[in-house]
Design a protein around this ligand. Structure first.
Ligand SMILES: Cc1ncc(COP(=O)(O)O)c(C=O)c1O
Length: 474
């Protein structure tokens, strides 16, 4: 046995004198000085968020697009000045916050646009600072391992086997159509309801698929009898896309009936649960999604009912082999010999190349709140919707479309025209008083309240109704 001393590994940094500290705007967000560089900047950002919110004082800025554009132009000044301006962070973040539509304001309730949890937002900062990119393992060792664990767990929650991270529901729906085309050939035809999200028919156009069949959905959901008739009539392979949580009304298609018809006709089934998937966290509301596990592919989106900063989409598959067509080889990212040597091959987990670790904020949220913590938030927003619907229903000057299924309430002032409904919404927007959506259902225009803020109080909902009433001409 040799008695020679073990070789000393080379020092990781051979230059004994540290490099000179760069001027503060040139400092980097990660590395040994990253936290020190960020700390004062974060204090500036947090102060500007606070002062911006206070100056706005409502859910969105008053004055409409013209006023906002003028104010932002003034704050930016020269977009690319010859010399830098150290106050840019404070000035622009303040203006950005002051002129934002803040989804955390209880009167901001138009879209599937949730207020993100602080803990998720903080985690997202770490993702941004370290800047891993999930197109190769050598750029994202931790993110790779985390994404693998978390996507599998979320896929299992939805009754699927694997899931990819997407930029949202649109990209997930696009993957559903692309993989249906790969599985069934370019003649596969999309059959969906008029209640489905526009990204589905757009994806059919994008991928050159046959003209989709869009079935009327007068009740707001896909009618299984109309689907049966279409499946019987149509030649060739079919992809049926059902919706669990419609954009306009938060309705859930009759998933078990649709799944049974797809099975009988050997049609592939995609379920767009971009909105509804969050119900999976709730003991009380999970059964609304009964039948979801029959889908071949599922869209989930935690920047809707999941309190994540954008982006936080997922695309789940029942059969992991369906993902094979996304495989791609390029020597600089996943050379065969690297893969053979055990480096994970990630390129086939997205159509994107450079890809943010959106999984970190999701993982932190799941672990911090747990399923029951997230389920409680789901239960709260669903309860808010029921409460708001009850207020509308009890009010003689309002009409309720239907009791809510998730957290969307459609309502309108009674005895008014569609033009008045549209004008009320725009006036509330331009005065900066409330952000409500709009939806056309049953041939009429409705105001849409999409309630995604778990901390909204009953009095906020009463205020919302009073505001609409006050802005409706008698
Ligand atoms: C049912 C449904 N699917 C898909 C989408 C698209 O999601 P994203 O905007 O995240 O792309 C939406 C958006 O609201 C939606 O409501």
């Amino acid at each position: 046995m040799s008695t020679a001393a073990a070789p000393v590994p080379p020092a990781r940094h051979t230059d004994a004198t540290p490099p000179p500290r760069p001027p503060s705007p040139h400092r980097l967000a990660s590395g040994p000085q990253g936290a020190d560089a960020l700390r004062p900047l974060l204090a500036t950002v947090l102060d500007a968020l606070h002062t911006g919110d206070r100056t706005r004082g409502g859910p969105l800025p008053a004055g409409g697009p013209e006023a906002v554009t003028a104010r932002i132009r003034e704050a930016v000044g020269d977009v690319l000045p010859e010399d830098g301006d150290p106050t840019a962070l404070a000035v622009l973040v303040h203006a950005f916050a002051e002129h934002a539509a803040d989804p955390a304001h209880p009167l901001c309730a138009a879209h599937l646009h949730c207020p993100p949890l602080a803990v998720a937002t903080a985690a997202d900062l770490a993702a941004t600072a370290l800047n891993p990119s999930l197109d190769s393992w050598d750029q994202a060792p931790a993110a790779t391992a985390l994404e693998t664990l978390v996507t599998r767990a979320l896929a299992r929650l939805a009754g699927a086997a694997d899931a990819l991270v997407t930029t949202g529901g649109t990209e997930a729906n696009q993957l559903a159509l692309l993989l249906a085309r790969e599985a069934h050939g370019p003649g596969v035809r999309l059959v969906t309801g008029a209640n489905a999200h526009h990204s589905l028919t757009r994806a059919a156009w994008l991928f050159g698929l046959p003209e989709p069949v869009v079935l009327p959905a007068p009740a707001g959901t896909l009618d299984p009898a109309a689907l049966e008739e279409a499946l019987t009539r149509l030649p060739g392979p079919v992809l049926v896309a059902a919706t669990a949580g419609t954009t306009d009304a938060g309705l859930v298609d009759p998933l078990p009936e649709i799944a049974a018809r797809c099975a009988a006709h050997h049609a592939r089934l995609h379920i767009d649960a971009a909105y509804g998937a969050g119900l999976l966290f709730s003991d009380r509301h999970r059964t609304t999604l009964t039948g979801l596990d029959a889908a071949d592919t599922i869209t989930l989106d935690l920047h809707k009912l999941g309190w994540q900063p954008i982006a936080a989409g997922l695309f789940a598959v029942k059969n992991p082999d369906d993902l094979a067509p996304l495989g791609q080889r390029t020597d600089y990212l996943n050379a065969d010999d690297d893969t053979d040597a055990g480096l994970p091959d990630l390129l086939g987990r997205s159509l994107r190349t450079t890809r943010r670790p959106d999984i970190l904020k999701i993982a932190v949220t799941l672990k911090t709140l747990g399923r029951t913590g997230l389920g409680a938030l789901v239960d709260q927003v669903c309860a808010h919707a029921r409460h708001f619907a009850a207020l509308v229903d009890a009010h003689p000057r309002f009409e309720l479309h239907a009791p809510p299924t998730i957290s969307t309430v459609l309502f309108r002032p009674a005895h008014t025209t569609d033009a008045t409904v549209a004008a009320v919404r725009r006036t509330l927007l331009t005065e900066g008083r409330a952000v409500l959506g709009r939806a056309r259902l049953d041939g009429r225009l409705w105001l849409k309240a999409t309630l995604l803020n778990p901390h909204t109080r009953p009095e906020d909902l009463a205020t919302l109704l009073t505001l609409v009433e006050g802005h409706t001409p008698r």
